[in-house]
Every structure is written in structure tokens, then in C-alpha cells.
Design a protein around this ligand. Structure first.
Ligand SMILES: [Zn+2]
Ligand SMILES: [Zn+2]
Ligand SMILES: [Zn+2]
Length: 286
């Protein structure tokens, strides 16, 4: 018999996707002490995964499991996301377990109610190096010519994980400008890292019509994601000329991790320029 003193006490965490279609409970040792894995691979960055690994029996889906879309990576793993709002929920091995191995699955802690990245112990995992087979390569530069409104703008090619959506973002060099990590519910659920180009500075080469729209914020704003692979692409406020673009689709966030600034609800107010780390936590709509 196993020593009961060695069995960690489990805490029940309620979790849901952004739209609420998918609801589940995950029973794990307290997140206060539990390590959460932050992986820099092409899939985790685009889909905003921050992983914990409970046993399958400790994750109970109450609703929405059938609403999940599946995207297989190299026929080894399946990543599942809400087909309505795009929230990435779980990744699991296709092969399953052998013999009496424990059946662990990867759960995205961003779905847990009250998620606060600052209260977690993140462990960096160099998935790009450890799993080179996951590498989908750098986004390729388009041969399209760009008419940048300002000459100092740099073209950053980007694509969703499956490649159905390809585009180029013209922004000031990310070596000098901050990327914004906002703590509103849509950004935390999707792991958005935002820059704010003008609408005409985002050039879609293919796949714009393929994007699925999820309306939030009294249905005035749109989160657009690839319905095939779940990659979060952009937030459209539908009211002015700025778009909030997810730089994770360029993999640039992994290259310039020191540039990530914080601004509460920056995606809502759109008032924070990319070169400012001003914390507006006391202002802005909720
Ligand atoms: Zn959802
Ligand atoms: Zn990864
Ligand atoms: Zn895709």
C-alpha cells in the first residue's frame, strides 16, 4: 500500500472556456505550490497554453466536451479548443497509455476561474529545442510589396499553426517596442501578447475569410481565431483604425521575452502604445 503521507492533497478548481460552453473541474495539488509549464513551442505559444498535467480521472467535464474542436500535431498529440470561442482546453496523446501507466493529460490553467499568472510558479520549458519536430518553421516573408505609412515600420510575417492563415504585420521594430500582456478575460484565456498596428498595416495573404469570429464585450469586439488549429490571431474593436494583433503567431514573443509589458485592459481601451508599459489598472472599462 502506498504511504498516504506521500499522496498530495488535491484541490478542486472550477474552469471554463471564455464563452462558457466548456465547463470542467480539475483536481490537482494546490496551484500555490504546483509548477505550471510555460512552453515556447509553436503550438503552445500560438494557443496560449500554460500546462499542468493531472491524471485524466482527475478532470471532470460538466459540459461542452463535444463542442471541442480537435487539431492533431504530427499524429502524436491532439490539442482541443472550444469551437465557439477558441479557448485552448486540453492536449492529450493520441496513443493513450500502455499497461498500467498513469493516464496524464495536459490542461491549460488559463481556463481556471480566478486565473492570475502572477500567482503561479511558471517553469520555462524549451519545447522548441526539445521537440524540433513540432517546429513549423519561421513564417515566410510574402513577396507582396508593402506601402508602409511610416518608413521605420518592420514587416513581421506570421501564420497560424496549421498555415491556413498567413499575414504580415507592419510595426515598429520589436527590438525597441513593448508587447502588451493584458489581464482581461479574453486575453488571459487566449494568452494574447498584443501589438497595435493600424488596420492597413496588417496584410492578410490567405485565410482571412477562414477565421472564426467570437464576439465579446457586449458583442462589440471580435476575437478572431483559426477554426482549424485554434491559433488566436487578433482582436478587432470594430470601431477605430487599430487592430490588436497577437505576436505569438510570429513567434517573436519567444525571441524578445524582455519586451513584454503589462497593461490592464489595454485591448479594450487601445490607449496603450506599443512602446509604453504604463499600468492603467485603475482605469478602463471592465
Ligand atoms: Zn467557449
Ligand atoms: Zn509546447
Ligand atoms: Zn490554423
Amino acid at each position: 500500500m502506498s504511504d498516504p503521507a506521500l499522496v498530495p492533497e488535491l484541490t478542486s478548481y472550477a474552469a471554463n472556456c471564455h464563452c462558457g460552453a466548456v465547463k470542467f473541474t480539475v483536481n490537482i495539488p494546490s496551484l500555490t505550490h504546483h509548477e505550471v509549464m510555460s512552453c515556447n513551442c509553436s503550438l503552445c505559444t500560438r494557443n496560449g497554453y500554460l500546462m499542468i498535467y493531472p491524471e485524466r480521472k482527475d478532470v471532470v467535464f460538466h459540459s461542452g466536451y463535444d463542442n471541442l474542436s480537435s487539431y492533431s500535431v504530427l499524429h502524436k498529440n491532439i490539442h482541443k479548443f472550444c469551437s465557439t470561442c477558441g479557448s485552448s482546453i486540453v492536449a492529450e496523446a493520441i496513443d493513450g497509455v500502455k499497461g498500467d501507466e498513469k493516464d496524464f493529460i495536459a490542461i491549460n490553467v488559463r481556463m481556471i476561474k480566478g486565473f492570475d499568472v502572477d500567482k503561479l510558479t511558471l517553469t520555462s520549458y524549451d519545447g522548441r529545442a526539445a521537440k524540433p519536430e513540432y517546429d513549423i518553421g519561421k513564417p515566410t516573408r510574402s513577396t507582396d510589396s508593402f506601402t508602409a505609412t511610416e518608413s521605420e515600420l518592420v514587416p513581421y510575417p506570421a501564420n497560424c499553426h496549421c498555415g491556413a492563415v498567413r499575414y504580415t504585420v507592419l510595426i515598429p521594430s520589436l527590438e525597441e517596442h513593448l508587447v502588451n500582456m493584458c489581464n482581461c478575460s479574453i486575453c488571459t484565456h487566449n494568452g494574447y501578447l498584443l501589438v497595435y498596428p493600424q488596420r492597413q498595416e496588417v496584410i492578410f495573404h490567405n485565410g482571412y475569410d477562414h477565421l472564426r469570429s467570437y464576439f465579446f464585450g457586449s458583442k462589440t469586439r471580435t476575437h478572431k481565431f483559426c477554426p482549424t488549429c485554434g491559433s488566436s490571431i487578433l482582436i478587432d474593436l470594430n470601431r477605430d483604425n487599430l487592430l490588436a494583433i497577437n505576436v505569438s503567431a510570429n513567434n517573436v514573443a519567444a525571441e524578445f521575452p524582455n519586451l513584454i509589458g503589462r497593461g490592464r485592459h489595454a485591448c479594450f481601451t487601445m490607449s496603450i502604445p506599443v512602446n509604453s508599459s504604463t499600468d492603467t489598472s485603475t482605469g478602463g472599462p471592465r
